[in-house]
Each structure stands twice: as C-alpha cells, then as structure tokens.
Design a protein. Sequence first.
Length: 129
Amino acid sequence: MEQALIDLLLATAPITDLIDDRLTPGVRTQGAALPGLVMNLFPAERGYSHQGDDGLVRARVQLDAYADSYVSAKALADAVMTRLSGFSGVVGDRRLVILEAREETSFDHSSPDHTHRRSMDFTVWSRAA
C-alpha cells in the first residue's frame, strides 16, 4: 500500500512540480530541501471472513507537507488533498480507495529552518488488484 501511494503521488504533476521527488517515508531529515512530503503508515488492520484473510487492508496514512512558508505548505497540501481525497483506482498491483481525509497546520519554532507543516490524515483501503 505504501509504495502504491508513493507511486501515485510522484506521478502527479501538481505535486512533483512542488517537491520534485522529495517524498520520504518516516521522518524528515533536518535541513532537507523544502518543500517536501513525509509519509507515515499507522497500524494497518486486515480484513477477515469465515474463510480467513480476505486480502483487504485498512490503514491510516499521515502525510506531512513541509515548506518554508505557510503559503507553500498549504499549496502542497492542497495538491495532495486534490489527488488523494476520494481516490479510487489501481496503482501498480494495488487497488486503493481513500474514503476520509483531515488536515491541520502547525509551525515548528524549534527547528533551525523554522518549517511550516500541514498534516493530512487519510483512511486508505487496499487490496491486491
């Protein structure tokens, strides 16, 4: 699921026009070029039926848009929300359905580069295509 989401985001011109290929799983490296995205996948839940694992996975995915200004962070987050919110389709070998999205803004006063962050949470359903 994570690779399918990365592939989907990096195949979207309004996003790559802003970040090139700066999409990192896990944690943003301090001092990394801005703007950029960081993706975290939180515990995924697998679906089961009476026959066992049904192949369906539901996860919460957090994407953080980092930039050197509020306007840039919001522009990146808006591009991500436009692409992912309500998405349903096949990416690589995964079918993805994104049903919910939330976002919030914060500012990291403690970072040396004083980054602005726009956090987005998505509920993603996935299964093999």
